[in-house]
Structure formats: structure tokens, C-alpha cells
Design a protein around this ligand. Sequence first.
Ligand code: ZN
Length: 323
Amino acid sequence: MKLVQSILTKNPCYTAGRKITVKGLMLHSVGCPQPKASVFINNWNSPSYDSACVHGFIDGNDGTVYQTLPWNHRGWHCGSGNKGSGNNTHVGVEMCEPACIKYTGGANFTCSDTAAAKAVAKRTYEAAVELFAYLCKQYNLNPTADGVIISHREGHSRGIASNHGDPEHLWKGLGLGYTMDGFRKDVKAAMGGAGTTEPENGGWFRVRKSWTDAKSQKGAFKVLANAKKCADENPGYSVYDESGKAVYGGSGSGSGFSPYLVQVSITDLNIRKGPGTNYGKTGKYTGKGVFTIVEEADGQGASRWGKLKSGAGWISLDYARRI
Ligand SMILES: [Zn+2]
């Protein structure tokens, strides 16, 4: 999950400065054909935008999550119903919607490119799963407990939100099989909970300090590259596949990776600042000799990169023979 902070400090909801005890999370969909989170962020970050404010937007084009309010700030995302307002208890997150749909009244829309629209909805759904898993962990919430994770539509049926149909209207209208029950299960699975239903199209890549330390989990990802990025951002964390095998190693203890020795037989092997030719050269060479590799990574320009124990940097393992 790529999380970017972009707090709407000029919005009157932010300046009102009220806090809540987070008891749940509400999923929304913006209700207009605009996939770009930045458009909402720019419009809403203004003293005159006094009708709404949410905790986050998920971009439809790349799945980036933009945090737009501190999570425990009281948002203005769901209005109220006959039993009060979810704004007092729930974090509200908006998924952006495909550009190729056209609303024809209420929650009804037509779509000029179903495949593209489905791709956007799938992207935002998956990012929302990751975000909600992260927030459930942060606030110690049980994703499948009654009333914890709800949609705006469900909030209305529970009497704590205005009469909207999001986001189920979008999933239904596009013929996607998503439901809020499925969403809650996916969030639970992403948290690494035992006995949960895994998505049928493959498992998750989990980022943890060690496989057995389930509590250390930073996130669960469908896409390996995203999991690797998360591990890179958290020193000491590794990526584990469904069976608990470390598929990408950080340098910390318990990463499942054991340092090993390599023999370098050329004199001018570059040491780089990171794992790839896209990282700068340090200006130093290993020279011939035996070196200890403490971490491996995939990267540009070599089949695999290795980190030198000395801390000098990374070398292409194509020029190093394991001994
Ligand atoms: Zn809504």
C-alpha cells in the first residue's frame, strides 16, 4: 500500500479540530466519474469547502491512498440518520471512480468501457482492503465484528448515515462480484488472521519481522512488488509467501536470510548505493577477494544484487561466486 499524507488543513472540518475514538471504518465511493484523488484534494482543501471532509481518498488510476485527515479526527463523511452519526465513531474513506461512467440519476450510471471501469474498481477495492487492514490493526478493531467495517449504504440502514448507496452501487453496476461481507473477509485475511478465507486467485505476500511473529505484520499484499516496497520502507522486515517462506529479505534479525560468503574474481566490480544500476556508484570497487553478503535484492542490471556486510553498498552477484 502506498500511503501519502495530504492533510486538508484548510478545510473547516480540519480546523474544527474535533477528535473521535475510532470504533469503526466506513467505506465510500465518490459518486462521480473522477479517478484522480488529487482533484478532490485540491477542491476540498479550502475554507469555503464546508460540506464534507473525509480521512482518505484512494486514487483510481494507481491505487495510492491519500490520507486527508488524522485518522482520529472527526470527519464529515456520512451525514447522519435516525440513530445519530457515524462521523462520531467511524473513519471515512472514499474510493475514486472510473472516468468512463456517466451517472444518469441517483446511483444509476452507464459505462462506456466496462473493462477499464472494472480495473479501476478492482484497484481501489484492493487498496481499500490493505488500508482497512492497516487501520484495524492500528485501532485494534475486529474487521468482521458487527458494525465495525461498514459501507455508507450499510451506515444508512443502521441509522447512522445519510441515504447513499455507495460503494455497493458501483460494484453492482459494473457486474463485479464484490460485497461488503467479502470485503470484511478480505480485510481479515490481509491482517493475517487465522482461519480466514483467502482470495481464490492466489495468496498474499505478508511483510513481517519473521514469519512466526505475526503481530509484527506491516501489511499483506497481492502484488509482490508492493510487498517488497513495504519491506524496503521498514528495515528488518521481510516478505513471506503463503507457506511462510521468506521470498524477499530485509537485513534484520529473523528475516529468514542467512549471510554467506562470495568470491569476487574481478578487480573493478562497482559498489553501488542500492540494489540496481539505477542506484549511484559509491566510487569504490570490491577488488578481488572474499566478501560476506548479508542481504539480497532484485534490481536493475543484474540477475540479483547482494549487500556487503561492511556496509559499503551493493554488488552485482553475477560477478560473485558463492563459496
Ligand atoms: Zn458515501
